[in-house]
Design a protein around this ligand. Sequence first.
Ligand code: BGC
Length: 416
Amino acid sequence: MTISTFLKTSAAIIAVSGFATSAMAQNVEVLHWWTSGGEAAAVGVLKDDLATKGFGWDDMPIAGGGGSDAMTVLRARVVAGDAPTAAQMLGFDIKDWAGTTGKLGNLNAVAERDGWDAVIPEALQEFSKYDGVWIAAPVNVHSTNWVWINKSALDAVGGKAPESWDELIVVLDAMKANGITPLAHGGQAWQDATIFDAVVMGIGADFYQAAFIDLDPAALGGADMVKAFERMAKLRSYVDDNFSGRDWNLASAMVIEGTAGMQMMGDWAKGEFLKAGQVPGEDFICIRFPGTQGKVTFNSDQFVMFDQGGASEAQLAMAASVMDPVFQSAFNVVKGSVPARTDVPNTDFDDCGKKGMADFAEANANGGLYGSMAHGHANPAAIKNAIYDVVTAHFNGEYDSVTAAAELVDAVEIAR
Ligand code: BGC
């Protein structure tokens, strides 16, 4: 069966079966990579919401930001004929699954009933629809160009948040002089790549577009890319000796405890600060990576549903639940992300969340929204992984910056 035949068939099954969210003795098995303290708290919001509708939760957590490890496990399970009910998925992975396997369920019936078209920005629909059919339910929007700074550590170096690359270096140097680790980082490829998103955007939005979205060899291997790698090498000099392999949430903990000054990480990091009882503006501050103000390198966590001989009641109820505006507020307040819907009030969000929502709305209106390379919204996994390899090899000192830029051109060319 082709994907479009499958989508049409499952739409028909959904239409006749109905999808009232009545209590049913069914469980949803959900594959995801939300394993840190803050992430688990957000999963709890989803689990509790489904429980009120009568659905149980079978957890299938596979740690690792960006979801590479989760996608490996998912593929093995689907090949073995044992797909979970639903899976967390990002950007181009959704497109790949929709295009090649024909195993994703058609959510059109619920999307049409609940008017998703009118409230989900085009930039997200790009990944939620395939051949005009809704195949994923976007639960949020994260972005990668954020910096999380310990407020006391910043106050100890003058209290002014950096707004440019040069100001950032001044603050990092001053934190170093104060005897703390200036930059909390975990040496894992996806974390290196997350910083790289922001560093490349900091050099210019046109450059980000040319390098990561258009994959223009002149941008991938040119002088601006050498400059981006030099900035990565500079940032590497502010990391402690034990960074290798450290989980991202342990790096967040260093900032929370004040043994480190800042972390450059997507806004899921805010979930860790909140979980630790910290308050934005009092204990920590959130800023856009210096030089990227007004730009948003985004990724959206979406749930895809796997065919279970037509979409099940539980799958449709889950899709409807994650798109409910009240749920989108409750979940994203805890998760650190912003709602995928444009009609959710910001009332319950803290200052960082309000800023995230305003930044996203502004970027969406002004063309300042760019898919995150690190989190699968710029290219298919093969290209993303090729970029990861070069960025990490350079971060670990295997390549100098000129070599890294040349390697990037080759790696992307081979992966294409
Ligand atoms: C996901 C976030 C998650 C983060 C770290 C990102 O790829 O979009 O939801 O919190 O990885 O696990």
